[in-house]
Ligand binder design. Structure first.
Ligand code: NOJ
Length: 721
């Protein structure tokens, strides 16, 4: 396809249509309500809407083909539509929420899951997914922490790149490849007070050092598209933020893909108070570097006037349109506008056994065993098991962003346990509801009786999938009074109890940790959640997930993260409440969280020995090898995530007390040991220095290798001048 020639042939309206993304509803054959419905709110006519170059919100191959037919027939140059969708953690077969995937520390698994969902999405007609989400998250009050892989820039960047590879394949030419769109650029994960859409205020140093590397890793991995965030950064909404979109993204990073706004974000600039009206908003977004507008039509409506007034240029419009047409071309849409959309393949691939097996493994490896006094794993010989709690038989465990996923496809814990132990007697009651502020436990006495009679109890607590995700921030992170009352009484009745949590964010579990013999978080595990939980609880699978986000001791600690600064007045013991003042403490809580980043237990114990460095010092350009021996002391095969952190002792700016630089997931048989070797390069030691450069400064560095951010062996080396 001669894209440049096509561009030259197009009218201004057609061009503007290509950079306007609308709801697929406008293209529905039976849609007669568009003028009174969504289109009227956008102030455009039906004819205008039909010029739009891309759509979102459609379901399945049949739908897609019908919409594509309508669009291509109506558009003067018969240009195919780009179909975009939020395919975040699976299309129909759902794997754990990204925060759970972060806990796998497993690039290969993430890539495989992204590949699987690309395949399922491609046959349903999706060309672009609004994923991965690379917002660094350190405040569990923010509901969208579930969409991020966690609080660490290095981990996020490596997993983000794996998502991109999984979606896009090598070159987008593969039948099942889809384009990825990294979001939300930038720092959307740091809204003030953890409240969604709120302002982000941070220094450019913190932005560049901690918040931007994740997005950058995706740009380096060749991501096709990028979405600016809703929030302001330093007072300027990302959608109109020249520092972010022009200076950093386009000029420093050389990103030449499509920048698409978030939903209605152009118009929201009026509410932010930085644009006078919709027309002004369009000018600001275009001048900052946005190419496409999602779910509003300000560009379409006002670009002509803006061009006439010289506030935007034709070159800006043409560049944006060209980017869109080129992506359509690279996806092969001009040759085959249906691309991979195929009802038969949908039927064959969605929820197929191979995909179910993959997402079950993902759910097993994302789960984190937070505590175990030795009750787990339960014996498979148990005769009587009670599965109690509001999530015992709850199918709503797929998570917030599972657009084509269905609750009815999900396996509950109850079903998983019954399938695994066909001969056992399995009793159940929800006990209480999962409502946020529930205080009553209507079936308490029955729950206690079932617990008393059972050989073991699986107590399924947590937060419902719609209690996290977009717009769902929380000011308190504890379980409801009803769930806690249920927990107290059930655990009191039967000490052979394991709590299984379904949660989309770190919760405050301080009381539960004191009373529960074992706690396993499944996050929102997806389609195979119940089978994965049962296999973990009864030892068919061995937990290996490690937290990618800190669990606070109390809400008031938020934001809280492992790679904090030391301060000039650190407390002596951050694990206990410090009595004396004039140090960086809380009077009513310890400084440390309940569960640290990187924490996660197994049914084995692993020992770490012989930490050796290949040299005491290195010069710029040289590498350092860090070796450690890890031994499985347990009786089962298991996977261990070996973590390497460093600390730069003295630098021109204060450096975090620890920073993850590398990790390795290894599998060891019972009694087996293995050497793990990491390589530290000068690149790993670089940071944004006081003079604004990105460089490594000579001096002393500490190296920590261990099973979490809080444990392990330590060594030192110097970087010479
Ligand atoms: C708004 C969300 O912020 C974004 O993540 C999503 O991709 C779009 N809506 C489209 O659904």
């Amino acid at each position: 396809m001669d894209i440049k020639k096509l561009l030259n042939d197009m009218t201004l309206e057609e061009k503007l249509g290509q950079i306007t993304q609308l709801n697929a509803i406008f293209f529905k054959k039976d849609n007669t309500a568009d003028i009174t419905g969504p289109a009227s709110k956008l102030h455009i006519t039906e004819q205008d809407a039909l010029l739009s170059g891309s759509v979102l919100n459609f379901i399945g191959a049949k739908d897609m083909k019908e919409i594509q037919d309508v669009a291509m027939e109506k558009q003067p140059h018969h240009i195919p539509l780009l179909f975009m969708q939020d395919v975040i953690h699976g299309y129909r077969t759902i794997y754990p929420i990204p925060l759970g995937m972060g806990c796998t520390f497993d690039e290969e698994l993430v890539e495989d899951c992204a590949r699987m969902s690309a395949k399922e999405a491609a046959v349903s007609g999706v060309h672009v997914t609004f994923s991965p989400m690379l917002d660094l998250v350190r405040d569990a009050r923010w509901g969208r922490v579930m969409e991020s892989t966690g609080e660490d820039p290095r981990l996020n960047g490596r997993l983000g790149a794996a998502f991109v590879r999984g979606y896009q394949g090598d070159d987008l030419k593969g039948k099942y490849d889809i384009a990825a769109c990294v979001k939300h650029f930038a720092a959307y994960g740091a809204p003030e007070a953890g409240r969604d859409y709120n302002a982000v205020e941070m220094s450019e140093h913190a932005l560049r050092e901690y918040y931007l590397p994740g997005y950058k890793a995706c740009v380096d991995a060749g991501v096709e598209m990028l979405m600016p965030s809703f929030n302001t950064v330093g007072g300027v909404p990302s959608t109109a933020n020249k520092l972010l979109l022009d200076k950093i993204l386009r000029r420093e990073w050389g990103f030449d893909g499509i920048v698409i706004s978030d939903y209605n974000a152009y118009r929201e600039m009026v509410r932010h108070g930085v644009a006078e009206d919709d027309k002004d908003a369009a000018a600001k977004a275009i001048n900052a570097g946005c190419d496409m507008e999602m779910m509003s039509a300000t560009t379409y409506l006002y670009a002509k006037e803006l061009l006439d007034e010289g506030r935007i240029t034709m070159e800006q419009i043409d560049t944006a349109v060209l980017r869109v047409l080129e992506l359509k071309d690279r996806l092969g849409l001009f040759d085959n506008p249906y691309r991979a959309a195929d009802e038969k393949e949908e039927a064959a691939l969605h929820l197929c056994p191979e995909h179910r097996t993959l997402v079950r493994r993902a759910a097993e490896e994302a789960a984190v065993l937070l505590k175990n006094d030795g009750v787990l794993p339960f014996s498979k010989k148990l005769r009587k098991v009670a599965v109690i709690g509001p999530f015992a038989a709850e199918k709503g465990i797929k998570g917030f962003w599972a657009c084509a996923g269905r609750d009815e496809d999900c396996v509950t814990v109850l079903a998983g346990v019954r399938a695994l132990l066909p001969d056992a007697e399995v009793a159940t009651t929800p006990g209480c509801s999962f409502e946020l502020g529930a205080t009553e436990v209507p079936d308490l006495e029955n729950a206690v009786e079932l617990a008393c009679e059972a050989d073991a109890v699986i107590l399924c607590l947590g937060e419902y999938q719609k209690m996290t995700g977009e717009g769902n921030s929380r000011a308190t992170l504890t379980l409801s009074p009803a769930q806690m009352e249920l927990a107290r009484r059930v655990i009191d009745a039967n000490k052979n109890t394991a709590v299984v949590l379904f949660n989309g964010r770190p919760l405050v579990l301080t009381e539960l940790d004191k009373i529960a013999p074992a706690i396993l978080t499944m996050w929102q595990p997806g389609t195979e959640g119940g089978n994965a939980a049962a296999r973990l609880l009864f030892g068919d699978a061995n937990p290996c997930g490690k937290l990618s986000m800190t669990f606070p001791w109390t809400d008031g600690q938020c934001p809280i993260y492992y790679s904090h600064m030391n301060t000039g007045r650190p407390v002596k013991n951050p694990k206990v409440i410090t009595e004396n003042g004039y140090c960086s403490r809380y009077m009513d809580a310890p400084v440390d969280p309940l569960y640290v980043f990187g924490h996660g237990l197994s049914y084995n114990t692993y020992t770490y020995d012989n930490l050796t460095l290949s040299a005491d010092s290195i010069r710029p350009g040289e590498q350092l090898e860090v070796a450690v021996t890890v031994k499985n002391n347990g009786e089962r095969t298991g996977k261990e995530i070996v973590q390497l952190y460093i600390r730069d002792r003295v630098a021109s700016v204060a450096r975090p007390v620890k920073e993850l630089k590398d990790f390795a997931k290894i599998e060891l048989e019972a009694g087996e040991s293995a050497a793990v070797i990491f390589t530290i390069t000068e690149e790993d030691l670089k940071f944004h220095t006081a003079d604004g450069s990105f460089a490594a400064e000579p001096g002393l560095f500490e190296v920590f290798v261990g099973p979490s951010s809080d444990e392990g062996l330590k060594a030192e080396f110097r970087l010479e001048k």
